[in-house]
Design a protein around this ligand. Structure first.
Ligand code: PSV
Ligand code: MN
Length: 415
């Protein structure tokens, strides 16, 4: 196909010469989906300060407007995740229609089991059955919301844990968690899923009830095939090999989704791909490799992953931060699609340690911007979404309309 994009023509020719199926790569990029989080559009902050941002979304309707804007700029962000009760409304079908009229869908439903006073000692792991009942009822309410919104995934993250050794029985807490999760699982709609998210610290600092992927995998297995593990990239100890966890979960058919963000020290919720783009590329590399696996359980799992962003933008302009995040995911995926898998297998079989490594770095070092510009042109969206954002009136318009709301309408401190 002749285009007016010489940089793309040059790249496409080079890729074709090296045996790449450029049409297939472009088709995969056009089919990419990244779900953005409603809470990333509102004000958020740390426990030290919430800086009010001009134009930050103040309610779920404005969050949907912003998510739809990001989708218009990229074509690959067609749904928005909701957090309950931050995004609660009395008219779910009206909200669903509002989103549909703006070209997006309502995505994963995230129950909030961490903000009520009753949850000081936990939610579903709490020693008091009355508090556990309240937590389960909230999750069941979220299951009903899923039916109304047409959402497929219930993303389950618990803040449960203890701060001091001996504070509670770790095994009793495990049993309470399993009992509660089973009750919710049994009430899931037929084609829905529960995605079990883990995190090894915060807000509990001695022990967290769902601390790592192994605990999330064990719970998912006990629940059944509609339960999968959710990997939030910020929820690992420094130095953890996240792509290994991804590969392992894929191979077990247990990976259900991602919460993408980046971290330097803790759960910093920075823009995905900003701190360690190589790690993001390696995660996508595992997903692309598994999607072509000869074992249908593995390839099926890789093709059914929910890609969601989970970030809070404390000092960054909200829309620019979200857009940059989506673009970073596109770049990482494009590079992963360019990995020469035949050469990789050959180098691995030949025990060519660095030759195999270079197959990956060759793909990682490819400048995929002309390829993405071409894909976007073919999709009918701006070739350079960040430049389109800079030229757009939308941020100025919402800043004028919304002003700078105090507090955390994203649901964070001050909300
Ligand atoms: C917890 O750190 C988390 O990653 C969970 O996904 C929450 O739902 C989200 O952040 C927003 O607080
Ligand atoms: Mn998360």
């Amino acid at each position: 196909m002749q285009t007016n994009n010489p940089a793309y023509e040059y790249l496409a020719e080079a890729l074709q010469k090296s045996g790449q199926d450029v049409a297939a790569v472009k088709a995969a990029l056009k089919a990419q989906h990244i779900e953005t989080p409603s809470w990333g559009y509102g004000n958020s902050g740390t426990r030290f300060k919430v800086f009010a941002a001009a134009g930050a979304a103040r309610n779920v309707y404005e969050k949907i407007d912003d998510a739809a804007f990001i989708h218009r700029l990229t074509g690959v962000a067609p749904s928005v995740a909701l957090h309950i009760p931050w995004d609660k409304t009395s008219d779910w079908s009206g909200l669903r229609q509002y989103a549909a009229e703006r070209g997006i869908a309502l995505g994963a439903i995230n129950p909030n089991l961490f903000q009520d006073d009753e949850y000081k000692s936990g939610s579903v792991c709490h020693p008091d059955p009355v508090v556990r009942r309240r937590a389960v009822d909230h999750m069941l309410e979220c299951v009903e919301i899923m039916r109304a919104t047409g959402s497929r995934d219930l993303s389950l993250w618990l803040a449960d844990g203890t701060n001091y050794a001996g504070q509670d029985s770790i095994r009793a807490r495990k049993h309470r968690l399993e009992e509660a999760a089973c009750e919710v699982y049994r009430r899931l709609p037929e084609d829905a899923r529960i995605l079990v998210e883990y995190k090894f610290f915060e807000p509990a600092f001695y022990q967290t009830d769902l601390a790592d992927w192994g605990m999330a995998a064990s719970l998912s297995r006990k629940l059944g095939p509609q339960a999968k593990v959710l990997v939030d990239t910020g929820h690992h100890a420094p130095g953890t090999n996240v792509e290994h966890i991804v590969a392992f979960l894929l191979d077990e058919g247990l990976l259900g989704g991602f919460h993408f963000n980046a971290r330097k020290y803790a759960d910093d919720d920075l823009i995905v791909g900003s701190v360690n783009p190589f790690e993001l590329f390696l995660i996508y590399n595992e997903l692309v490799g598994a999607a072509a696996d000869s074992n249908p359980m593995v390839s099926g799992c890789a093709q059914d992953v929910a890609y969601m962003i989970d970030q809070s933008h404390n000092i960054e302009p909200k829309l620019e931060a979200m857009l940059q995040s989506v673009v970073n995911c596109q770049v990482a995926y494009a590079k992963a699609l360019l990995v020469d898998r035949v050469a990789l297998a050959e180098r691995q079989a030949a025990e060519d340690v660095l030759g195999a490594h270079r197959v990956l770095t060759d793909a990682f070092e490819t400048d995929v911007r002309p390829l993405l510009a071409q894909v976007r042109a073919e999709m009918g969206v701006p070739e350079n979404p960040l430049a389109a954002l800079a030229a757009s009136d939308y941020p100025k318009k919402v800043a004028a309309e919304r002003g700078a709301a105090e507090g955390g309408s994203g649901g964070y401190p001050g909300a």
